[in-house]
Design a protein around this ligand. Structure first.
Ligand code: PHE
Length: 351
């Protein structure tokens, strides 16, 4: 007859071992995360003591099981509670250590970046500040006089259509300024020549939104009024500017028309045709149109109570957005106003 061999009785022995372990658990103390983890693995880990006891537990007879089961449960609960408690107190004490340790490195701060429009605006401001231009600002909601009439654009003048305007519905005498020339009018009304000022700011035009145009953009306009200011002074100033901003000094002035300047010109800078990008940017001509300019019309000076027989001056205006697109090879103007962080992040290295 084949009999099943009864496993050796190990209960008393086993019980002693478990009791010893319980003692060990009760005595264990540590505030080191690594040590606590080591402890947890030793008792509660997959291959830990508790599991190995449970394997042996299966081969005990029922009376042995009763005792051993109670002890094993006690062991398990004790170990679990201990790990919880030690973890909680160690994280508290490590926080204390951190707070008191003034030499520890600071928390990482997410660094923002300047908007490409601000980057370009600041560069242009720097360039003109270096030759004595001040910065002037004015309201974005403007009256008809400062945006149009004072600038030699009387009511019903056809050139008002050059800039599609947003009028304030309730009172069409007010509008969103279409250029920062309005700031220059305000400046001339409040300051006596000699005047050298640039006016950066946001301007609005009622245009369809597309990759190349938007219903608002940013301008910097410049104004210089003094005795004997000539067209040659204007050209010198523009050459200085393009050399500083683009590293290119070759410019050309094409005759143009603005109601507030006479004569008027468009300024092109010679970019060159050295690579494919140059071809794309300049549409194969090598020349890039960057701004409008001219000698301030005597009517404008008179409107601002400056005697055109005594003083003369030049003015110019450029779009910051366009320059930002050019300098950074951005192909869609809408990116500049969407404020997508993934786009803005790319300008972190700019200043
Ligand atoms: N105000 C013009 C515009 O917005 C630019 C300009 C300024 C042209 C000064 C000539 C002189 O288009």
């Amino acid at each position: 007859i084949i009999r099943r061999v009864k496993p050796p009785v190990r209960a008393p022995n086993e019980e002693d071992k478990i009791k010893k372990d319980i003692q060990e658990i009760q005595d264990f103390k540590s505030d080191s995360i690594a040590e606590i983890e080591e402890f947890r693995i030793k008792f509660l880990g997959k291959k830990g003591l508790l599991n190995s006891y449970f394997v042996e537990f299966k081969s005990l007879d029922s009376t042995e099981k009763k005792n051993a089961g109670r002890l094993l449960n006690e062991l398990k609960n004790l170990a679990q509670d201990k790990v919880e408690a030690l973890k909680a107190s160690s994280s508290k004490s490590s926080e204390n250590i951190k707070i008191n340790d003034i030499s520890r490195p600071g928390d990482p701060i997410n660094i923002g970046s300047r908007h490409p429009i601000s980057v370009v605006k600041n560069r242009i401001i720097d360039i003109f500040s270096n030759i004595g231009f001040t910065i002037s600002e004015g309201p974005e909601i403007e009256d008809d006089w400062h945006n149009f009439s004072a600038l030699n654009l009387p009511e019903h003048h056809p050139a008002r259509d050059m800039q599609d305007t947003f009028f304030i519905e309730k009172n069409p005498d007010f509008l969103l300024r279409t250029h920062t020339s309005s700031v220059q009018v305000r400046y001339m009304e409040n300051n006596k020549p000699p005047i050298r000022t640039i006016s950066p700011g946001r301007v609005y035009r009622n245009e369809a939104i597309s990759a190349r145009s938007h219903c608002f953009f940013h301008q910097i306009e410049g104004l210089c009024i003094d005795k004997d200011v000539s067209f040659a002074d204007l050209k010198q100033t523009l050459e200085y500017f393009t050399t500083q901003l683009f590293g290119k000094s070759k410019i050309r002035l094409r005759p143009s028309y603005f109601p507030f300047t006479e004569p008027s010109a468009e300024v092109d800078v010679y970019w060159g045709l050295n690579n494919e990008t140059d071809y794309k940017m300049t549409k194969g001509t090598g020349w890039l149109e960057i701004m409008g300019c001219g000698m301030v019309d005597p009517n404008v000076l008179e409107n601002c109570k400056i005697d055109p027989n005594e003083y003369s001056g030049f003015a110019f205006g450029l779009g910051i957005d366009r320059i930002a697109l050019l300098l950074h090879q951005i192909d869609d103007i809408r990116l500049l106003s969407e404020n997508d962080v993934r786009f803005l992040d790319q300008f972190k290295s700019s200043f």
